[in-house]
Design a binder for this molecule. Structure first.
Ligand code: FE
Length: 204
């Protein structure tokens, strides 16, 4: 049986995840296999809600927050917690890199869009509800434009995102339905990252 370190976030789970994704990227190049194996790893990470530090789970009353949890030293991937206050939503946006979204707490609504030849947007499929433990993929090859919102109006939801780049530094775009787009670089809400590398604790 595992030794539980009461009250201390199980950062070893996040460390094992980022170590595993680094190894995956060493081994696999094609995006389809990456998304498949990455989904399995992310589903295992979000199957437990005992590792995310409170500092990276804090909602902002005005807008959703994105906290950087880890960035690969070669910026091949980044791991981010998205924290949605009650009723908060993103604008319609793209990513320009592959990404995986796994819900850790609460639930999210995801709407996908594609562009007409004139640039205007249309919805693809209906609104999808992602429950805690579920994972979905985005990328320029599988559909890259979406809008995500908290499924709840009275509680916080949190999802963990894995991207094929340093997502906070990628120049990408938000859209309106007419297809007008605005460039943006999201950055991150935090300046300090969780310390994954202190192995002195009982479970670390
Ligand atoms: Fe997104």
């Amino acid at each position: 049986m595992e030794t539980l370190d009461q009250g201390r976030p199980r950062l070893d789970r996040l460390r094992d995840f980022v170590t595993g994704i680094g190894a995956l990227l060493d081994r696999i190049r094609d995006e389809r296999s990456l998304l498949e194996e990455g989904s399995t790893a992310l589903a295992a990470l979000v199957a437990h809600d005992d590792w995310l530090p409170d500092t990276c789970a804090a909602p902002d009353p005005d807008r959703y927050s994105q906290y950087l949890l880890h960035c690969d030293s070669r910026e091949r991937f980044s791991v981010v917690s998205f924290v949605w206050g009650p009723g908060q939503a993103t604008p319609i946006h793209d990513h320009r890199v592959w990404g995986l979204v796994g819900v850790l707490r609460g639930a999210e609504l995801s709407e996908r869009f594609a562009r007409y030849p004139d640039g205007g947007l249309h919805a693809v499929g209906g609104t999808e509800r992602l429950e805690a433990g579920e994972v979905e993929a985005v990328s320029p090859s599988v559909g890259d434009i979406h809008r995500v919102s908290n499924a709840f109006n009275d509680r916080v939801s949190i999802s963990i995102h894995l991207y094929g780049g340093n997502i906070g530094a990628v120049s990408r775009a938000t859209y309106d339905m007419a297809g007008t787009h605005k460039r943006f670089v999201s950055g991150y809400a935090n300046t300090a990252l969780p310390n994954l590398w202190d192995r002195s604790g009982a479970t670390l």
